[in-house]
Design a protein around this ligand. Structure first.
Ligand code: IPM
Ligand code: MG
Length: 360
């Protein structure tokens, strides 16, 4: 197969971790007789520096013309970087929100799985960690608070900021259907996470998702309030299969879910629209404090590349090969700094990429 993808290396550790994912993809291509055409585009701080905008319309056009986008990470230190002196719509994160919206990537999949080899890196109690967990965080990605109208103005001499949280039933239904479809291929369980005891938008989510659930009688469906979910994730994460939720709750809960896997450097993600097109990125951020030191964990990005092969290109065998290679490397005891136990030997970012590439 010949795959045509856009690559956004981005800021911070982005370039380092994307290089390793490309290394692994190239190894897959060699072994299985595929080829990939990579076209690099700019987004985030590096795009601001080069063009004055976090994502140009030209870059969007290129991304749209491809089969998929592979992304590292964007953004810098919000306290010290000059990018954060710019108006909010010109900051790095605006580029990420723009590409999600422009490409209609409403479904964000963040699988959180505890590798048995990383149980020691899991911050949960042994009795909880030993049960393991394997969940799919499904976050709505193009609606809600992050895309609602917002402004700050003075009202009666008092500075007041407004953000709005809006969802239409159609936006809810399409991600709910995706969530149940994915559950059918997993352990057939969906937990809708909301704040229906307070928010109207959450009450609409419940109504619509309840309706969708009726079409999936085999799926065990339940609801949970978001504050309780934050608690349950550290108390008993094994109870979750597919966690379906709106944009902001998903943003927060997916960081929590990644942390209990041992490190945010382990969590891949896929952002999908109604077609096979997808944007694939690690769930973690640009980690400017460790950028350029060759110590970042590239596994989340490598696993995101595996998701790309699986979801966009239907190359399950090849995706399995990457996931298995990651598992093997962990079994063999190789660790980047974020997942190493005190005193355990550590490998660098590029070594980790090579180790995985050699094992696909
Ligand atoms: C994420 C990130 C982004 C988000 C930021 C950088 C805008 O935190 O992908 O989770 O909130 O969606
Ligand atoms: Mg986030």
């Amino acid at each position: 197969m010949n795959m045509d993808i856009a690559v956004i290396r981005g800021d911070g550790i982005g370039p380092e971790i994307v290089n390793e994912a490309i290394k692994v993809l190239d190894a897959v291509c060699e072994k299985y007789g595929h080829s990939i055409n990579y076209e690099h585009i700019l987004m985030g701080g590096c795009s601001i520096d080069a063009t004055g905008e976090p994502l140009t319309d030209d870059a969007v056009k290129i991304a749209k013309s491809k089969d998929a986008v592979l992304l590292g990470s964007i953004g810098g230190n919000t306290q010290t970087s000059p990018w954060y002196k710019l108006p909010p719509n010109l900051r790095p994160e605006a580029g990420l929100l723009k590409i999600r919206k422009e490409l209609g990537l409403f479904a964000n999949l963040r699988p959180a799985y505890l590798y048995p080899e990383l149980k020691d890196a899991c911050p949960l109690k042994e009795e909880v960690a030993s049960k393991g967990f394997d969940m799919m965080m499904m976050r709505e990605l193009t609606g809600g608070l992050y895309f609602g109208e917002r402004y700050t103005k003075e009202i009666d001499g008092v500075l007041t900021a407004v953000d709005t949280l809006t969802y239409s039933e159609n936006e809810i239904r399409r991600i709910a259907i995706k969530g149940f479809d994915i559950a059918m291929k997993r352990r057939k369980k969906v937990t809708l996470v909301d704040k229906a005891n307070v928010l109207d938008s959450s009450r609409l989510w419940r109504k619509v998702v309840d309706e969708v659930a009726k079409d999936y009688p085999e799926v065990e469906y339940g609801v949970m309030l978001v504050d309780n979910c934050a608690m349950q994730l550290v108390k008993d994460p094994a109870q979750f299969d597919v966690v379906l939720t709106e944009n902001m709750f998903g943003d927060i809960l997916s960081d929590e879910a990644s942390m209990i896997t041992g490190s945010i450097g382990m969590l891949p993600s896929a952002s999908l629209n109604e077609t096979k097109f997808g944007l694939y990125e690690p769930s973690g951020g640009s980690a400017p404090d460790i950028a350029g030191k060759n110590i970042a964990n590239p596994l989340a990005t490598i696993l995101s590349a595996a998701m790309m092969l699986r979801y966009t290109f239907d190359l399950d065998k090849e995706a399995d090969a990457i996931e298995k290679a990651v598992k093997t490397v962990l079994e063999e005891g190789y660790r980047t700094i974020d997942i190493a136990k005190p005193g355990e030997p550590q490998v660098k970012c590029d070594e980790m990429g090579s180790l995985v590439a050699q094992r696909v």
